[in-house]
Write a protein that binds this ligand. Structure first.
Ligand SMILES: [Mn+2]
Length: 432
């Protein structure tokens, strides 16, 4: 019988980076959000000690940048030393953000930290009470992109103990920058029991049974592209009894907050204020009190009578709304930071329901849209026609503002918005 093992699987700590909060909050008294990325790793170490795991795995991107920061390195060492005192080892690979340094790290790493080599796969053996309990394989990135299919060369012939492999990959055979490999490739390597993946910042169970293929995601999201509460996996492997539990670590959580402006008759900016304040307050009541802070973006949707005014004075109105709403949530728990407002509203159309139902022209138009929505080829063409400012490939490594990444959500919003703009144009021109 294989010996049981308990371990933590984390990845993408990105130590040295900070969460993004709007400039206007820079004069705040408490700025512990600057520590959020560090704190999430500290929580992982706390729990490793508390639960006395056999070891901790980190699947790449421990540091946010290949130039490293002294502070991030110092912090990592301090936390590793806490584990060393409890005889808990760390096994790690370097990813695209923190490729392997031949000259070593900026500071000496404690003896319990085992870094996989970048030139060939490393294989570490783990012992408990002088008995072999697991093997850990892995290979580090040599530079910030990596086209070697390193997992092909992870070889092990003995299956009497659990064999666990670390890999930093996009898990996409066509992606030549982040280890081109497919799920099937990994499934085929039947000597490996658990693939501890890193690189994708969102928690994902790619395969939920042996061989396990799991992404823990980033422990603390840093912008609107990393929205869900992050964490790590606590894993127990034992013949006939394996489980993996996701443990949340994020102090701060990014959320979208959508407001339907069609809910109320809005004739001026005061009405708009009133609606937003009420809606935001209701949204706030639904937030989890155990989270230190939420960082949100407000998305305005629906049909509004003062659409032209909103368009014409967009910047000024947004500033006015933000300066009214922001102070309301600064001394509360959880904190609420409003990073910005995105306007995806459209013109209010008189008797719209009637028009859609009865007017043959609009009936046709809506039927056309329905068909268009389910026509993948046409949708693809449409996305291309949106212009170069919209990047249809959403890439977590791309630091451009999220607004210009054309994800499914954003595309849907633009589609809805343009539907009403077209209706408005039709009505106005037909009346001429
Ligand atoms: Mn990463």
């Amino acid at each position: 019988m294989k010996p049981a093992v308990d371990f933590i699987h984390t990845a993408d700590l990105h130590l040295g980076s900070r969460i993004q909060i709007n400039e206007s909050y820079k004069n705040l008294q408490t700025k512990d959000y600057n520590e959020a990325v560090y704190n999430s790793f500290k929580k992982i170490v706390d729990n490793a000690i508390k639960t006395d795991v056999d070891f901790v795995l980190i699947s790449g991107d421990i540091f946010d940048s290949d130039s490293r920061s002294v502070r991030a390195t110092r912090f990592f060492i301090e936390q590793s030393q806490r584990l060393d005192c409890k005889d808990i080892a760390i096994y790690m690979i370097n990813g695209n953000h923190d490729p392997y340094r031949n000259e070593g790290e900026l500071l000496n790493l404690p003896k319990n930290v085992h870094v996989c080599d970048s030139e060939q796969p490393s294989c570490f053996t783990v012992h408990r009470n002088n008995r072999l309990i697991a093997r850990i394989l892995g290979q580090s990135y040599r530079s910030s992109s990596e086209n070697r299919k390193m997992s092909n060369y992870y070889t092990v012939n003995d299956q009497r103990v659990y064999n666990i492999a670390l890999l930093h990959t996009q898990l996409d055979l066509n992606n030549k920058s982040y280890v081109p490999v497919s799920k099937d490739d990994l499934l085929k390597k039947n000597s490996i029991d658990y693939w501890a993946l890193g690189h994708i910042h969102k928690k994902q169970i790619i395969n939920g049974e042996n061989p396990y293929i799991i992404y823990p995601g980033i422990p603390q999201g840093r912008d609107m592209g990393e929205m869900e509460p992050g964490g790590y996996f606590m894993v127990h492997l034992e013949p006939n009894n394996c489980y993996y539990d996701f443990k949340k670590t994020s102090d701060y959580v990014y959320r979208r907050f959508e407001v339907d402006l069609g809910k109320m008759e809005i004739n001026n900016i005061s009405d708009l204020h009133e609606l937003l304040e009420k809606e935001l307050n209701e949204f706030y009541q639904t937030l989890n009190k155990n989270i230190k802070g939420y960082i949100i973006r407000i998305i305005l949707k629906g049909n509004i009578r003062i659409y032209e005014l909103l368009q014409e004075k967009e910047e000024e109105i947004n500033e006015d709304i933000l300066s009214n709403l922001r102070p309301l949530y600064l001394n509360k728990a959880p904190l609420l930071f409003i990073n910005g407002i995105v306007n995806r509203s459209s013109k209010y159309i008189e008797n719209m329901e009637e028009l859609i139902k009865k007017d043959p022209f609009f009936k046709d138009f809506f039927n056309f849209l329905k068909e268009l929505k389910s026509d993948d080829k046409e949708i693809k063409k449409l996305k291309n026609d949106l212009g170069r400012i919209w990047n249809s490939k959403v890439d977590i490594e791309n630091k451009d503002p999220q607004e210009f990444q054309l994800g499914e959500q954003v595309f849907k919003e633009l589609f809805e918005q343009s539907k009403f703009l077209i209706m408005k144009e039709f009505i106005e021109r037909r009346d001429l």
